[in-house]
Design a protein around this ligand. Sequence first.
Ligand code: F6P
Length: 328
Amino acid sequence: MSINIKKIGVLTSGGDSPGMNAAIRAVVRASAYYNIECAGIYRGYQGMIEGDFKEMNPRSVNNIINKGGTILKSARSKDFMTKEGREQAHKNLVDNNIDALVVIGGNGSFTGGLVFNEEYGFPVIGIPGTIDNDIFGTSFTLGYDTALNTVVEVIDKIRDTASSHNRLFFVEVMGRDAGHIALNAGIGAGAEEILIPEEDMGLDRLLESLRKSKASGKLSSLVVVAEGDKIGKNVFELKDYVEENMPEYDVRVSILGHMQRGGSPTCFDRVLASRLGVKAVETLLEGKSNYMVGLLKDEIVLTPLEQAVKGKSQIEKELIKVSDIVSI
Ligand code: F6P
């Protein structure tokens, strides 16, 4: 164990996701377990610049394992992108005797951590927290499993209306650059078609598929569209296009939005958060820095933060085929 680290700062940054609280809890309690101090840094890097710190002990994180959002609050800090902002943040860390950071967030948050490490040699470990599951080096990010379950539950309800009124629903789910939520929740909710940014299916194929569904006797249909899908300008354009070409269909759009980011984390996300939080602290105490902790093949593994930021998480192509088969 390295003797250098006496106090860890933990922060959440970027979009909140269910499981972040469970990860904060794990970092705080692992720090106490290994007899080092821990400070919570509020509002991500912005709070670091403003010196918004609070000493945390195992009792500071009681009753949060089941809570969505993040008790430390989150922010996307523009000031941290400036040299002056980072200089102030570093001064505050030194003044508060914090000698290492655990950053819970996505790619943008990790990039901030890397730049900070480059400039000040400050030890940083990342924990992947985003519902999008778009981070290289882990099969699951914190919050993704919860978001999938939320989406499936809501689409099940939409299905009731779709089938009662013989309607076609376009359901837009989150995923700016990644189709993980759309693909998995789409299969789980029994969607006819799933549109994702990674695969440009084209409007013609969409129509052809919907026509086939209708011809096969389906009276209602669900199409799950990832926010970042590019075949139409947006989900309303898809609706207009289908209505123009298939006037027999009564089409509706449902945009699920931020409800996907909230709610109590699933057991999977809580366990993952606990494992990643403990590993983050242990990794720092081993004297390592600039790694992301992640889950691959049910093992907690380290990926260099730079690779995590630069690499692209891939969708499972097999799922596209499975969806095509089970939706006929
Ligand atoms: O990165 C997570 C995410 O939920 C994306 O899926 C979505 O595009 C984005 O955040 C929305 O961000 P904001 O809450 O800042 O509008």
